[in-house]
Design a protein around this ligand. Sequence first.
Ligand code: PGA
Length: 251
Amino acid sequence: MRKKLVAGNWKMHGGIEQNNSLLNKVVAGTLGADKATYAVCVPYPYLSQVSSLLKDTHISWGAQNISQHVKGAFTGEVSAIMLNDFFCHYVIVGHSERRTLYGEDSKIVSHKFKAALENSLIPILCVGESLDQREAGLTEEIVGEQLDAVIELVGVEALEHAVLAYEPIWAIGTGRTATPQQAQDIHSFIRNRVASHNTQIATKIQILYGGSVKANNATELFVMPDIDGGLIGGASLLPDEFISICMAANN
Ligand code: PGA
C-alpha cells in the first residue's frame, strides 16, 4: 500500500512573515493525519527559516531546483550538498517552468536527479506535456522520453528513492485541471513504463499529480488507483486550501 504525499511548490512566493503564519496554520491544521505525508518546497532564502519552523513537526521540506554540479564557478547556482545543510528531504527537478523558461532539457534534468540522489535528497521528478503536444497525440511519447532519460542515466533501481510527478503543462496555474481519468491514464502509463524495467519499484513508487489541484478537486484525483498525492502550486500558499488538500490525501 503506497502512502500518499502532498507537496507544496511555493514557486517564487513567500516572505518571512507570510511563511511563519502559513506554516503555523498548516502544522496545526494537519495534525493527526497519519495516512499521508506532507512537504513544502520553498525558495532557497527561506530554507533556514522553514527548517527551524518545521523541525519537530510532521511536515518535511525541500527546495525547487538544484545545480547538476557539485561546486565551482557557477554563479547563482545552489548545489545539492548545500541543501543538506538545511536538512532538506526533497528537491523538485525538471519542473516544466525550469524546462521551458530556463532551457533545462531531459539530459540536464537527469543529471540534477542524479546529483540529488548522490546527496541523500529525494528528487521529485516532474514530467508532462504541453497542450500542443497533447493535441498532437504525443503525450506518452513526451512523458516517456522525460522518464527514460533519467532511467538511462541512473538506472531504474535509483527510482526507489525518488518521487515522480505528472504535471501536464496546460493544467499548471491555469485552473484547468486534468480530469481524474486523464490523469489516471498517464499515471498508469508511467507506472507501466517503470514496471517494464522493474515491477517491484513500479509498485512502490509514488506518482503525484500536479496542475490546478484545489480543495474542491483533490479527492476525486486522489481516489484514482495510480495517483499517490499531489504537487500543489497556487493552492499551497493558501492555508485552508492546502490543509484541505492534505486532508483529502489522508483518507
Ligand atoms: P498549480 O502548480 O497547482 O498552481 O497549477 C502546480 C505546479 O506547478 O507544481
